[in-house]
Design a protein around this ligand. Structure first.
Ligand code: NAP
Ligand code: ZN
Length: 349
């Protein structure tokens, strides 16, 4: 079937309205009418070809929420009309060690929701800036928030799980002090989630103007990272840092804030590498520099249920599909509090 979408034909042209094809649902597929799709910085990196390997036309979007419109004959876990979500992956090999552990995000054959390999036309996956999507049931999540929160649930599917997973892996909770670096889409979710897990939260930002808002999100303290004296006051105070910054910067400025045995995990993936950190800052206190990528399907469901129980959603600014190019420019300037979400009803306009 042909549906309306928004995407780009090349890395240096704006996103425009496109008609794309979706497969008819197979036996294990769920066909979803997309209501809203969040706008992740990864969408921008990919559509502009900042990471190697973008295939065009590129239709981004991996923070998808909507309603089940149709089901394949063998789907048992969903019914027509259910509120559902789709995050960053729509397939994986389903039999490797990672898939068996529910860590499909680390499967070598994981298929991204966009720019992934598929038998469907045009040979690569097309994402959520579209009216509909068809996804194997294993990769469809159940949304239990009230329907009126649906738009603000969308960013949980990437920004939420990308911060939830490392917070759980490195055991954020009472008695721990967690640093969140960069208060954008990922960072603002990191603050909310770490706070809800009972940890003490210190937010690091380059934008003084975000101070009050960061406190309202749940930060116990906000530090402007360009203020050397304020940074120095936090030396050796943090158990874990989640670094969400989408641009190269000095990692040492944050590594030195870790306690002995502390970990900084990178989740931001800039187009250019960070300057290499000083080895002494790591070995001197047995610190770890780590990385983490989204989360597996069971943990994504756990995160959605945790958020529903704690009444957590993203802070969003709704946009029309034809405002997406302007939204990218504003995201680059850090001018979004804290996630743009596309109203899919505007794709057909
Ligand atoms: P975002 O909304 O643009 O937020 C990034 C934040 O980083 C900005 O709001 C800003 O916060 C801070 N920042 C400081 N200097 C910056 C600069 N020169 N350029 C850009 N940002 C700067 O982006 P996002 O959607 O949260 O994504 C952040 C990064 O994570 C991206 O690289 C994205 O591709 C990546 N990502 C990774 C995963 C994963 O699985 N690992 C998943 C999703 C996204 P302040 O104003 O507070 O300084
Ligand atoms: Zn994302």
């Amino acid at each position: 079937m042909t549906v309306k979408a928004y995407g780009a034909h090349t890395g240096d042209s704006p996103l425009v309205s496109l008609d794309i094809e979706r497969r008819a649902p197979g036996a294990h597929d769920v066909q979803i009418d997309i209501a809203f799709c969040g706008v992740c910085h990864s969408d921008l990196h990919t559509v502009r070809g900042e990471w190697a390997g973008t295939l065009y036309p590129c239709v981004p979007g991996h923070e998808i929420v909507g309603r089940v419109a149709a089901l394949g004959a063998h789907v048992s876990g969903f019914k027509v009309g259910d509120l559902v979500g789709v995050g960053c992956l729509v397939d994986s090999c389903q039999h490797c060690e990672e898939c068996d552990a529910g860590l499909e995000n680390y499967c070598d054959n994981m298929v991204g929701t966009y720019n992934g390999k598929t038998a469907d036309a045009p040979g690569h996956t097309l994402g959520g800036y579209a009216e509909q999507i068809v996804v194997h049931e294993r990769y469809v999540l159940r949304v239990t928030h009230p329907e009126e929160q649906l738009a603000a649930v969308a960013p949980l599917l990437c920004a939420g799980i990308t911060t939830y997973s490392p917070l759980r892996h490195w055991q954020a909770g009472p008695g721990k002090t967690i640093g969140i670096v960069g208060i954008g889409g990922l960072g603002h979710m990191g603050i909310k989630l770490a706070h809800a897990m009972g940890a003490r939260v210190v937010a690091f930002t380059t934008s003084e103007s975000k101070r009050a808002a960061a406190e309202a999100l749940g930060a116990d303290e906000v530090v402007v990272s360009t203020d050397a004296a304020a940074m120095a006051r936090h030396t050796q105070t943090l158990d874990l840092i989640i670094n969400t910054v989408a641009a190269p910067h000095s990692l040492d400025a944050f590594i030195t804030l870790l306690k002995r045995d502390g970990t900084m995990t990178l989740v931001g993936v800039p187009a250019e590498p960070h300057p290499a950190p000083a080895v002494f800052n790591l070995v001197g206190k047995r610190r770890t520099l780590a990385g983490s990528m989204i989360g597996g399907i069971p943990e994504t469901q756990e995160m959605l249920d945790f958020c529903a129980q704690h009444n957590i959603v993203a802070d969003i600014e709704m946009i029309r599909a034809d405002e997406i190019n302007e939204a990218y420019e504003r995201m680059l300037k850090g001018d979004v509090k804290y996630r743009f979400v596309i109203d899919s009803a505007t794709l057909a306009a």
